[in-house]
Ligand binder design. Sequence first.
Ligand SMILES: [Zn+2]
Length: 400
Amino acid sequence: MRADFDALAAIGATAAGGVDRRSLGSAHLEARGWFLERARSAGLETRVDPAGNHSAVFGADGPTLLLGSHLDSVPDGGRFDGALGVVSALHVLLAVQASGLELPVTLEAIDFTDEEGTLVGLLGSEALTGALTMEALRAPRGGRDALEAGLERAGLKEEELAAARRDPGSLAGYLELHIEQGPILERAHRQIGVVTSIVGARSFSLAFSGRAGHAGTTPMTERRDAGLAAAAFAVAVEEVVRRDFPSCVATVGDIRLEPGAFNVVPGVARLALEFRSSDLQELDSLEVALLARARAEVTRRRVALEIEPVGRWEPTSLDQEICDAIEAAADGLRLSSVRLHSGAGHDAQALAAITPAGMVFVPSVEGLSHDPGELTHWDDCVNGANVLLEAALALAAARA
Ligand SMILES: [Zn+2]
């Protein structure tokens, strides 16, 4: 497993020690090719569905127990996010194959397309569950041009993505091993996290339009500076969340000014806004409060505002029986565990809508993730993979 993990980490490796495998870019496609080849060379059947989800399959009888994660990364990301889950899923299949066990389920290790949202976010898993909407494809987070180019590179057709949909009756459940990406396990000195729920998130593209002008001759009192509207809004986002929504998080992750020059007052400012909560009503209230705050800049700065929703993922509870199975697996392996909530989005969130879904977390050193310095100690990776295997065997037995 270590050799496979290292082989994957070398694909799209960055000088800083991480990986850059943006969804459907060349390094990501190379990693996916490596995964299929590795599975084939071990004698597993392989599949690629119409949404580009890549799978290795073992066992031909019974409903399918999906084990998965993703091989794409954020720009300048880490080696563990997603990749650990895919390599571990593959090794669960290899372990069962090697043992000669005959299970009443088919095991499928799956690498979902575009989990990270460089293009759309949960693209492959939502196509599989039937939740992928035309709206999400029309106004994707990464923009239409990037989506079209990515699909073209991967040989995928937009009109065929929805054909990846699976019949819920064909599935026995979904399990995912992932790094925690936060500090809870490390601080609590626990080896395994049993994920009970996953945060909901919404993202919006905002564009403030004012009037570009000469930076030397346009008096301060006569400006309609879109850049100032964006800057004031970004600061206000933090104020609103910290004051009124202390259990939520919100981020302005990108601001682009046009035309973008030392000597021109910005005529247009485009912002990427994202916010998250584990509570649906709170998510609704936060949306109202933040968008109202953006509209306040319209009168204050005499600018126009366009708001476009570009992503929506609901807060999700994971399956109780699977939580119990993961906890029992950790106990059986004499590993300490704790139940926790995930503040990061995952493919399990999509899968939970159509089949019992569960997640295993392993500790992230200093809680660091989406960063080249992302690290999970190898012993913890192996612990997580063993819990994944034991939980998969328990669920398979329960479905006999
Ligand atoms: Zn991930």
